[in-house]
Design a protein around this ligand. Structure first.
Ligand SMILES: CCCCCCCC/C=C\CCCCCCCC(=O)SCCNC(=O)CCNC(=O)[C@H](O)C(C)(C)COP(=O)(O)OP(=O)(O)OC[C@H]1O[C@@H](n2cnc3c(N)ncnc32)[C@H](O)[C@@H]1OP(=O)(O)O
Length: 180
């Protein structure tokens, strides 16, 4: 974490504390409602540059016997820390993300992930988050079961220009075929 972190303003477009965040993209695997395979995470704004996300740990997310797959948990952190960046009012993408898995997370549990912006340097947005099991098997809202740190980069609309024709998984341009 750099020493010269700036503390950004909360964007006026960010929901009031306790308010539900909109999906950032309906086909997103993490939060979209137009993504049948997705995790349908939901998010509530915190008091500052932070959010609390919720994930129901479905059977299909199994990695080891009875527990969440580490990649799914990593995805949940990516989504939560990205959604915290919504408080800046600009689009971001993940540059780097690391996770510490502290406790097993059983299938059937409900996770809450509290994620925040720690500060910014130019386009770099430093974030962190913790996960807790708030209901279901082994629930203990005081116990942190995993933590994450991630670096996001703010991007403009041009970042998505080259890939925008692939949103439905069917390349239409420049290849004009779905076999590519
Ligand atoms: C995703 C949809 C967003 C929709 C937006 C709606 C608005 C809502 C807002 C918010 C909600 C968002 C919710 C999202 C949740 C999910 C997010 C994901 O999963 S995103 C997919 C995975 N990530 C990628 O696909 C990136 C692929 N990588 C790239 O495109 C580039 O590498 C990119 C943009 C990350 C950086 O490339 P450069 O050319 O723009 O920037 P350079 O000049 O290389 O770096 C700028 C600074 O960042 C540092 N930097 C870059 N990458 C770094 C890294 N990996 N580690 C450390 N530093 C890094 C560099 O050292 C440089 O630092 P110095 O300013 O010079 O100090």
């Amino acid at each position: 974490m750099p020493d010269d972190l700036a503390a950004p303003e909360r964007a006026p477009s960010f929901p009031a504390p306790g308010g539900q965040l909109p999906q950032h993209w309906s086909k997103c695997f993490g939060c979209g409602d137009d993504q049948p395979a997705g995790m349908t995470m939901t998010f509530v704004a915190g008091e500052g540059l932070d959010v609390t996300g919720r994930l129901e740990v479905a059977k299909k997310y199994q990695g080891g016997p009875g527990v969440i797959h580490g990649g799914i948990l990593t995805t949940a952190f990516d989504e939560a820390q990205g959604m915290a960046c919504m408080s800046l009012g600009t689009a971001v993408v993940t540059g780097h993300l690391e996770v510490d898995f502290a406790r097993p997370i059983p299938l059937g549990s409900v996770l809450e992930i509290h994620a925040r912006i720690d500060g910014t340097v130019r386009r770099k947005v430093y974030t962190s988050a913790e996960a807790r099991i708030v209901s279901g098997p082994t629930a203990d809202p005081d116990a942190v079961v995993a933590t994450s740190r991630a670096l996001f980069l703010t991007v403009g609309a041009e970042h998505f220009e080259k890939v925008k024709n692939f949103v439905d998984g069917t390349p239409s341009s420049p290849f004009e075929t779905s076999s590519v």
